[in-house]
Write a protein that binds this ligand. Sequence first.
Ligand code: KIV
Ligand code: NA
Length: 273
Amino acid sequence: AAAPVTPPDIAARKGGAPIVCLTAYTTPMAQIVDRHCDLVLVGDSVGMVMHGLPDTLGVTMEMMILHGKAVRRGLAHALMVIDLPFGAYEESPEQAFRNAAILMRETGAGAVKLEGGTHMAPTIRHIVQRGIPVMGHIGLTPQSVNALGGYKVRGRGAEAQAILHDAQAVAEAGAFSVVAEKIPDILARRITSDIRIPTIGIGASAACDGQILVVDDMLGMFADFKPKFVKRYANLAADAEAAVAAYAAEVRERQFPSSEHVFGETTASAKGA
Ligand code: KIV
Ligand code: NA
């Protein structure tokens, strides 16, 4: 097998073949994603995807560690990046490094990701200088959903310049790549050509250096959630619904289990032993 992907490998792919990324939260999904992707993100989206939380603000270090460990066991090739959850890094560069180190040590991730542009640049620099690779995240930053007033497109009109500055600040602070979320195509192109680190788009542009989606979104695990930027490559929620319905019907009709799923009589148990 090829050597595991490292943050410098990702950084070196600026302007090259698209960097393929997905999230994962469990071992079996990590194993599938690992066979096809360069980078696996243990996103704090885990709170909404796997735990039914209304947003990512309720995600804790404990949740990230638990899912990070599970994902790590499923990976042999892809770079594992893990999100710093809300409240674990905003206070100070010192707090950010302390929690980044815990995530790295406990999960075996190869890098951490944190949200924020110009205002987080000193924190990114602090962590990177101490040996932990950092992926940035600009544009729509879901941990700021309350301040932003929703999950709206960022960087339209006058805001474009600020988002460009965010991307530049993240790159200059030493991040090895940056997620650009939910910004206009033209801005994502501009950022991608302006900064020297790879941009990983989600609701951004085909011109980004790579793409990422939430794996459960692209697998169609949610019947009534489909943002414009998500393409469904499967309809697993519908498949699961049909499978559970079929099981329920067969149990009620005593069609399951049938002879192939039950155990034959043995001499020891034959006479009610
Ligand atoms: O938490 C997450 O899944 C993310 C990606 C959408 C980039 O941050
Ligand atoms: Na995230």
